[in-house]
Design a protein around this ligand. Structure first.
Ligand code: 5GP
Length: 188
């Protein structure tokens, strides 16, 4: 595989990671988003091939068996998410750098594999209460899935020390500027 640099963004659910990643991709043209595969259904505003490749469980399992995934995790019980080798290859082959928005387990595994080639950033909220409030406002969850995500967020916070950099998202615009500064310095 042709090799480039990688920026890995991980966070407990609701910390604002996805918004930061989307904004970074707009600001730094050499940074390209790795579109993951998932078996979860699309949210109303999500597009296949842009936000995720939405696959059936059978299609996902076939990709895994065929060795087409760079990493994958069962992030929620029965729901799979995975990084496609083809995405990473496409981005590096074009001379660009890749940015991943993945779960903390997948992210810390990738950091271990890529070493200095990767900058792993952990985005965190100020507290679990702030996370709960954001997830509730987002209104994309049922009460059951909201509870699942909050319990998981608490477990995910324990992964913070495995990352190169912690970004506390108190104010979104400030967090984006801080992320831009840190990522630019790494890509230089
Ligand atoms: P969501 O369902 O909210 O889009 O994503 C749930 C979690 O799965 C998020 O933490 C997201 O970053 C993570 N995720 C998305 N794609 C991948 C992937 O390719 N691999 C892994 N390990 N996690 C992923």
């Amino acid at each position: 595989m042709s090799q480039g640099k990688a920026v890995i963004f991980c966070a407990p659910s609701g910390a604002g990671k996805t918004t930061i990643v989307r904004e970074l991709v707009k600001r730094l043209p050499e940074l390209k988003f790795s579109v993951s595969a998932t078996t979860r259904p699309p949210r109303p505003e999500e597009e296949n091939g842009k936000d995720y490749f939405f696959l059936s469980k059978e299609e996902f399992e076939k990709k895994e068996a065929d060795g087409e995934l760079f990493e994958w995790q069962e992030v929620y019980r029965g729901t799979y998410y995975g990084t496609l080798k083809s995405e990473v290859e496409r981005i590096w082959m074009a001379g660009n750098q890749v940015i991943f928005d993945i779960d903390v387990v997948g992210g810390s595994n990738l950091k271990k594999r890529l070493g200095d080639q990767a900058l792993a950033i952990f985005v965190n909220a100020e507290s679990v209460d702030v996370l709960r409030e954001r997830l509730t406002k987002r209104n994309t969850e049922t009460p059951e899935s909201l509870e699942k995500r909050i319990n998981k967020a608490v477990e995910e916070m324990a992964f913070e020390p495995k990352f190169d950099y912690t970004l506390i998202n108190r104010d979104l615009q400030e967090a984006i500027s801080e992320a831009e500064r840190v990522v630019k310095a790494f890509l230089k």
